[in-house]
Design a protein around this ligand. Sequence first.
Ligand code: ADP
Length: 341
Amino acid sequence: MSQTLDVRDAAPRPVQERLFTGIQPSGASHLGNYLGAQVNYVALQDRYESIYGIVDYHALTTVHDAATLRTLTHEMVLDMLAVGLDPARCAIVRQSDLPEHAELCWIFDTVVPVSWLQRNPTYKASLAEGKENSAGLLNYPVLQAADIVIYKASVVPVGKDQDAHLELSREIVRAFNRRYGEIFPEPRAVYTDAPIVLGIDGARKMGKSAGNTIPIFAEPDEIRRLVMSMVTDPLRIKRTDPGRPEVCNVCQLHRYVGGDYLQIQDGERTARTGCVETKELLAERIIEFFAPMRAERARLAADPAVVEDTLAAGAGKVRPILAATVAEVHDAVGIGPRRER
Ligand code: ADP
């Protein structure tokens, strides 16, 4: 079960469902992260009782240096605040502040067949590369399921390509509920209307591991440098050749950062404008678009308490929810002291 949500319709609902999404502290936020996910997180915080988890337990599967992980987590909280998540309207939490996530993961581990996890495409791809995989990597989807359902969140915003992950979470919930009773709701995907942003190579999805990103909080000169290195329409060889804006990533990105996109398209198609000026304009538009967020981020970063205060406030909001779920689960499975009902 799923739905597509028009995030422009931000009317709050009378009874708010709960939403959870996990955010990897994996490095500087880029244009793909912003347009593909973060802008929707901001819109969704008023439609749902929203919990945004910076999932540092998950990051342990790939980041193995303590100082680096702490820095990445800190930076990601600043990014989220700067793009517009408001701790007064949502909860921003650090997964490791709430070890109940890991406890529920363990309990789910005793329910989930290993064969389900071995079928996971990320795990299979890593195996195929001949890597020695940690049990944590195999277990990743179980922790993901625990992250969502420990809040009894019914809504998870995902890209259309990510529904398979959520289906596994639903299967895990069904397996638990079959064994112990109807404790958890099955989470459903809310698809937000989000583009897939190509990287500066114009070929692959923009992504940190592909090394083809435009970080949204980079210095203006760095943004200019990266945009000027973007690959445009490969068939437009001479300045006078007409361009194909539908295949030119530079033209496509103009759509999202203000200005008259149709005129830019037309300029390319008729060779009225050249690739260099279209790129120069794109760089300036990106810089201008993110300038208020960059200023806000700098303001927040100057206050050494802001990140921990945000996380403490988030943890304070969600602790009662976690305590209630954990008590219910303990009762259902028979661990911990017997409680009076
Ligand atoms: P990365 O590691 O490249 O930053 P993640 O896989 O951590 O990206 O994704 C974080 C969020 O950003 C996800 O919701 C994902 O769908 C979204 N996202 C990442 N890259 C893109 C992209 N190029 N276009 C659209 N959305 C993206």
